[in-house]
Design a protein around this ligand. Structure first.
Ligand SMILES: [Zn+2]
Ligand SMILES: [Zn+2]
Length: 436
């Protein structure tokens, strides 16, 4: 398997072993180019903000986002890209051919909103009842459209091809997997050699970048347990098989199983998120319904925890004369950054934004992403881009998925510049400016 294209390999492999900044003239040249690119990205922010706000006001949820798709298509119009739309979903795939031959890089943005009622009070707040861009995907789309605009101006410097992947259905609908099945990874006529994506983080200082080699985000699996007992009169529990205390024991035993069966240095989270049973104080119910989420960052922990959940729930239920039916529905896999490419991105981002604004994360985030499907097929990286709104400290900023989510739109310039810089460096015609 080709891990990197011929021109990107040098930069990427050098960057991976480069923990500090080399102080040579080439590195100063890179910093200057990065600063110039950031300035150019800033000039595109008014357009990006306009696009972002128009998407924000009219959010669409799921795999079918016709209005979003139309708005994006008009933003990409006239840039000289080859633009295709999806069959099964309202995706947009655009390709940009550089002036010279070289590898193919995929850049991705997601476009879907969440079924959340917006409570920000912004003047461009959602006009759609119970839908909101509460995960920043409006900004992701605007940043990648801005990067397409910027990169189309730099076509002469590109040796290779860029695939711009605009996907619906990131929020639980496996949109990336659908796009892969429809051929996005080979949209340029040959398989993508590398892939890159950004996700905004309101809880990080604006304009900072965080990523790590290896697992960046967790696998997310849905858990459901139905505890079946035997209902009866609440005054005579000995004549029934009460599933409620059994469910309580199962919840506690599941939490214990995580700490006792998974190594402390292999992060895992099991959260029971809903627990429902019963109708009246005088009645012992027949069943208890438990749902939750399982987050892991290694396949070993994922398999071990799935097995433990079934064993614990069925065992506890059986001990009390009841039964547990356990279902684990696999969700998104672990988002794994290629270590070489992640090192490359850390270095490129430092050149664009300043070394003090870029840090390697010590541990993965336990959230999940369907860009994981792309990274399972193509080496690359997903990075977090800080967008803490002005006037708030990062720990005060509402989290992603909050109905009060607000971002710093100045961060859009950093996102546009990072997308563009990763592409320009990866598809550098000579490689000479990237070898330091
Ligand atoms: Zn989300
Ligand atoms: Zn998201």
């Amino acid at each position: 398997m080709t891990i990197f294209g011929s021109t990107g390999a040098e930069d990427a492999s050098t960057a991976a072993t480069d923990s500090g900044r080399p102080a040579g003239p080439q590195s100063r040249q890179q910093e200057q180019r990065g600063a110039t690119l950031l300035e150019e990205a800033r000039s595109l922010v008014p357009d990006a903000v306009g696009l972002r706000r128009s998407l924000h006001a009219w959010p669409e949820v799921g795999l079918h986002l016709p209005r979003t798709q139309q708005r994006l298509l008009s933003a990409l119009d006239g840039l000289g890209l080859d633009v295709r739309t999806g069959q099964r979903l309202s995706s947009v795939t655009a390709t940009l051919d550089g002036a010279k031959e070289g590898p193919t890089l995929l850049l991705r943005a997601d476009m879907d909103a969440l079924p959340v009622r917006e409570a920000t009070g912004l003047d461009f707040a959602s006009r759609v009842p119970d839908a909101m861009h509460a995960c920043g995907h409006d900004a992701h789309t605007a940043m990648l459209a801005g990067a397409a605009q910027l990169l189309s101006r730099h076509r002469e410097e590109l040796a290779g091809r860029i695939i711009f992947m605009f996907q619906p259905g990131e929020e639980g609908r496996h949109g990336a997997r659908h796009m892969i099945e429809e051929g996005v990874l080979t949209a340029g006529g040959r398989a993508a050699d590398a892939a890159f994506a950004l996700h905004l983080m309101p809880g990080l200082p604006s304009g900072t970048v965080r990523l790590r080699p290896g697992p960046q985000m967790a696998a997310s699996d849905k858990l459901r347990i139905v505890v079946r007992g035997r209902g009866g009169h609440a005054s005579a529990p000995h004549t029934a098989a009460d599933p409620i205390p059994v469910a309580c024991e199962i919840v506690l035993a599941l939490h214990t199983a995580v700490t006792r069966r998974i190594a402390a240095d292999d992060p895992a989270v099991l959260t029971v998120s809903t627990l429902s049973a019963g109708s009246l104080p005088g009645i012992i119910p027949e069943t208890v319904d438990i749902t939750g989420t399982i987050r892991t960052v290694s396949q070993a922990a994922r398999e071990r925890l799935h097995g433990a959940v079934a064993q614990v729930a069925e065992g506890v239920a059986a001990a009390h004369g009841t039964a547990a039916e356990v279902t684990v529905e696999p969700g998104y896999p672990v988002t794994v950054n290629d270590s070489v490419f992640a090192g490359f991105v850390l270095r490129v981002a430092a050149d664009v934004l300043g070394a003090d604004r870029v840090e390697a994360m010590p541990a993965p985030a336990m959230t999940a992403e369907d860009f994981s499907y792309v990274l399972a097929a193509v080496p690359g990286a997903l990075a977090f881009l800080g967008a803490c709104p002005p006037g708030l400290t990062p720990d005060q900023a509402p989290e992603l998925h909050s109905s009060r989510l607000v971002i710093d739109e100045d961060a859009l310039a950093s996102g546009i510049a990072c997308h563009a810089a990763v592409a320009l460096r990866y598809l550098s015609a000579s490689g000479q400016d990237t070898a330091s």
